[in-house]
Design a protein around this ligand. Structure first.
Ligand SMILES: Cc1cc2nc3c(=O)[nH]c(=O)nc-3n(C[C@H](O)[C@H](O)[C@H](O)COP(=O)(O)OP(=O)(O)OC[C@H]3O[C@@H](n4cnc5c(N)ncnc54)[C@H](O)[C@@H]3O)c2cc1C
Length: 333
């Protein structure tokens, strides 16, 4: 049996474990203490935000990612579906992006896009009156990433995948240790920290901090996901909305700044969401792994065919996690 060690138990690592375990591999997953740092913070949109700004490779990965979640969901029993709670919602795009969105979606058949004016609630009507142009995409998927992490972990533990708490310093020396010769492959899925483990083969990866505001309000404000100039507001359960996200090139600095707070509050103001009672508010942050190429690094190491990389998913790591896991599987089979 082929033995694989996966470094990193964020959604990229866990999706890879899930794919390989289901294909008959023997899997161990290690993580230091920060299980899924970026993954836990994510808004959970299983849909590309502004795909026309991305390369064709990334667009295709996002489209297949969207389809992969439909397949995953279809294959689950009702109990597991409840646990993951994948939701379908309409997406309302407005502002500068509408023109690009209309031309990008025109030739795409993986999703239904249209302008329609019925069933708009008061917030949406306000947006329509002020911004004139808008586009609605039907039935995009959203998920709570923590539900997905918990589902994968439980499933994998039941399937005899071993989870260990360990911090890997240098994969080249680690892979040569006598006790690690059992691993046919070591897969690096350590998100923004991945290049710190690869001492000899440096890759231009950096963390891009993203902050979100979670608001619990007295009554339900939104039905649709709103997208305005790459910022979004996502309605969640229990009258909660997620407002995001900042894009900050500040290394691993985890402090909340006033600028970031103002930025998030401005997103709300731009959507005329300013007259409601807040019961609770919390800020979350995560470090998105970004490569200079803007394409995730899913490759075999040029000098050691036992080392495989799967990181650098930047803003789309939840959406593309399953498609990326399938690429890894193809690399090692
Ligand atoms: C605010 C925000 C909102 C986002 N919204 C979305 C969204 O709606 N949809 C979407 O698709 N994407 C979204 N993203 C992007 C997405 O979260 C990331 O692309 C994705 O989570 C990356 O997953 P990962 O598993 O590679 O990294 P992580 O989730 O960060 O996991 C990496 C893991 O590696 C471990 N690790 C690191 N170093 C070591 C080491 N030396 N030894 C052992 N373990 C180690 C860490 O502890 C961590 O658990 C968002 C990101 C942010 C920050």
């Amino acid at each position: 049996m082929t033995n694989c060690l996966i470094i990193g138990s964020g959604l990229v690592g866990l999706s890879t474990a899930y794919e390989l375990q289901n294909s008959g591999f023997n899997i161990t997953v290690v993580d230091n203490e920060n299980d899924g740092q970026a993954s836990k913070a994510a808004a959970g949109l299983l849909f590309p935000l502004s795909p026309w700004k991305n390369s064709k490779y990334m667009q295709d990965l996002c489209i297949s990612g969207h389809q992969e979640y439909s397949i995953l969901y279809k294959n689950l029993n009702n109990k597991d579906r409840k646990k993951i709670n994948l939701q379908k919602k309409d997406l309302l795009i407005f502002g500068e992006d509408v023109k690009s969105a209309v031309s990008w979606y025109r030739n795409k058949d993986f999703i239904q896009s249209e302008f329609y004016e019925e069933n708009l609630n008061s917030v949406e009507k306000n947006i329509k009156n002020n911004y004139k142009n808008f586009l609605i995409i039907k039935n995009i998927h959203t998920v709570d990433p923590i539900n997905l992490i918990n589902y994968y972990k439980k499933y994998l533990e039941k399937s005899n995948v071993k989870f260990k708490k360990e911090s890997i310093q240098d994969v080249y020396s680690y892979i040569e240790l006598k006790e690690n010769l059992i691993y046919d492959y070591i897969i690096i899925a350590a998100g923004s920290w991945s290049n710190q483990i690869i001492k000899e083969h440096k890759i231009a990866l950096k963390p891009i901090k993203g902050q979100l505001l979670h608001l619990k309000t007295e009554k339900k404000l939104l039905d649709k996901v709103l997208l305005h100039d790459s910022n979004y507001i996502v309605p969640k359960e229990n009258n909660t909305i997620i407002v995001g996200a900042t894009i900050e090139d500040v290394g691993f600095n985890n402090k909340l700044s006033t600028d970031a707070e103002n930025y998030l509050r401005d997103i709300l103001a731009n959507t005329f969401l300013n007259n409601f009672k807040i019961l609770d508010e919390k800020f979350f942050y995560g470090f998105r792994p970004r490569l200079a190429t803007d394409i995730p690094y899913i490759k075999t190491d040029p000098n050691n065919s036992r080392i495989v990389y799967n990181f650098g998913h930047y803003r789309y790591g939840i959406l593309t996690a399953i498609s990326s896991a399938k690429i890894v599987k193809n690399l090692i089979t």
